[in-house]
Design a binder for this molecule. Sequence first.
Ligand code: SF4
Ligand SMILES: [Zn+2]
Length: 330
Amino acid sequence: MREKRSPSQLETLWKEKDMASGEIVDAMVVIKRTNGCCWVKSGGCTMCGYREASLAKVTEEDLTKQLEQALSRYKGEPFVKIYTSGSFLDDNEVTPAVRDMYFDAFKDCKRILFESRPEFITEDAVASLPSNVTIALGLESSNPEVLRTSVHKGFTPEDIERAGTLVKDHGLGIRTYLLLKPPFMTESMAIADAVSSARFADPFSDEISINPLNVQRATYVERLWKRGEFRSPWIWSLIDVFRQLSGTVNSRLMSSPSGGGAMRGVHNCGDCDRKALDAIEKFSFTQDLSDLDVGCQCQDKWRAYMRSEDMLGSPADLERDFTNELVLRM
Ligand code: SF4
Ligand SMILES: [Zn+2]
C-alpha cells in the first residue's frame, strides 16, 4: 500500500537542462501536490495517471510550504518549471495568492513554465501574468475525434488554438504537447497524427514537445496494454515524426520521453534504445537532423510491424500476439 503523503511536501524536485532565450540553461523542475486536475472528476484522460500525485485537501498553507521547500533548493537556475499534475491557473489547485508568490519568487528567471487546460486561460488570467511565463498546453492531437474518443480530453483543438493565440498575443511563450500514439491507433496512424497535429499547433507555438505515450498505472490505457491491445510507440516512430517535420515548422521540436526504453514507454529492440533516445535528446537542443542518424537492425522489424498492423487493421501489440518471425515475414 502506498504510504500516506503529506500535502505540505512537494511531490518531487529535480534539475535538468532546457532552453531559454536560445541557449541551453539549467532548469529546476518542481512537481507540486495539489487538489488535482479538475478533469479527473469527469473521468480524466485515458493515459493520465497524474491523479496519483494529487491529494484531496491541499490548503494555501500547504502550497506555501511547498514553495518554501522549492526555494530552499533553488540555486538561481534561469528556468523554473512548475508542474501541478493539472492546471496551475486553476484556483482550486493553486490559489491566486500562491501563484503571485511563485511569480515574485522567480521574477528574475528567464523563463517560468507551467501547464494549464485552456478553460483557465482567459483574457484576465493572461493579462495578470509576468512576461517571463511560458504556458504548456496539452493539445495531444489536432484531430477532434481522437481527442474526444481516444484521449477523452474534454476540449477541442479549437479551444487550444484560442488559448494559444491569446497567450501569444500577450507576448508570452507556448510549449505545446502532442501525444504520440493515443490508444486505438496503429503506429503509422500515430505518426501521421503527430505530424498533422504539429502543423496545426505551429502558428501559436514556440516549442512543440512530442510525448510518446508512456503507460501509467491505474489508467484506461494500462488496461488495454495488459490485455495486449496497446504497444507503446517505437523510438523510430518518434524519429520519423521529427524527420517529417524538420524544416517545415517554425517551432522548436523536442521530446523528453518518460519511461523511454522500458516496455511501458517508447522503445525499440532494447539494444539500440539508449543510443536512439540520446540522439533525440541531442536533436531537441540542436534541431540538427544529422543528430538523428542512428541505426539498428530492428528498423526492418519496425517497418514490418507497421506493414502488418496496416494489413490487419489492428493496433493490437503484434509482438505479443504473434511470433517475431511471423511479423518479419509479413
Ligand atoms: S492529462 Fe492533463 S488534462 Fe488530462 S486528466 Fe491528466 S492532468 Fe488532467
Ligand atoms: Zn534496435
